[in-house]
Design a protein around this ligand. Structure first.
Ligand code: TMP
Length: 213
């Protein structure tokens, strides 16, 4: 057996689900346990990825084809895996990523209707076998999330989609969680931020326990 690599945790959820608040709390908790953590995001996380993100989410890019959008998400991901995630895991560090490949199945698959087999093929190619040990899904009714996010202003190109798009995104996320219960933990994002953080920490306990073993 090769030496135990670090752990990879991804965080998913719709608009207004409280990802940013949870990320800050989780990061503090994990680092508080003395674990060396790399926090990153998708699309983005590397100079190449952040440049891709600027294109992918720019509201001015109205004419973007669904296929282009899908490829941009995977272009950012291919870079992040090679430059950041794989090296960190190999060095025994933990990685906390704001969205990962499930977002492509949910948004480009569920939202835009791209075939899941096509996304799976890109995953094999771009992710190079790097898959999360744990995926936290912050689940919230679309209307609640959108009402929370409305106060922020400055919707990006994807956030400007209609409610029906986000209903399909939510459904696809929930279907993926149901299909892979060992990897996913679905957290009710309608509860208080403290409750969400408690649930997330509880979901991480088995990873901490493995690390200590
Ligand atoms: P966020 O930083 O607020 O999560 O914004 C990222 C946006 O990009 C969000 O609208 C979801 C979208 N997205 C996809 O459509 N597909 C993907 O694969 C990823 C990672 C994000």
């Amino acid at each position: 057996m090769t030496e135990r690599r670090g752990r990879f945790i991804s965080l998913e959820g719709g608009e207004g689900a409280g990802k940013s608040t949870l990320l800050a709390g989780l990061r503090a908790h994990i680092e508080g346990r003395g674990i060396d953590l790399v926090q990153t995001r998708e699309p983005g996380g590397t100079p190449v990825g952040e440049a891709v993100r600027a294109i992918a989410l720019d509201p001015a890019m109205r004419g973007m084809a669904a296929e282009t959008e899908l490829l941009l998400m995977f272009a950012s991901r291919a870079q992040l895996v090679r430059q950041t995630i794989a090296p960190a895991l190999a060095a025994g560090r933990w990685v906390l990523c704001d969205r990962y490949v499930d977002a492509s199945y949910a948004y480009q698959g569920g939202g835009r209707g791209q075939p899941p087999e096509r996304i799976a093929e890109l995953e094999r190619w771009a992710c190079d076998g790097v898959s999360p040990d744990l995926t936290l899904l912050l689940d919230l009714p679309v209307a609640t999330g959108r009402a929370r996010a409305a106060g922020r202003g400055g919707a990006d190109r994807i956030e400007a989609e209609a409610d029906a798009f986000f209903e399909r995104v939510r459904e696809r996320y929930r279907a993926r969680a149901a299909a892979e219960p060992a990897r996913f933990r679905v957290i009710d994002a309608g509860q208080s931020p403290e409750g969400v953080l408690r649930a997330a920490i509880a979901a991480l306990e088995p990873l901490f326990a493995e690390g200590a073993a």
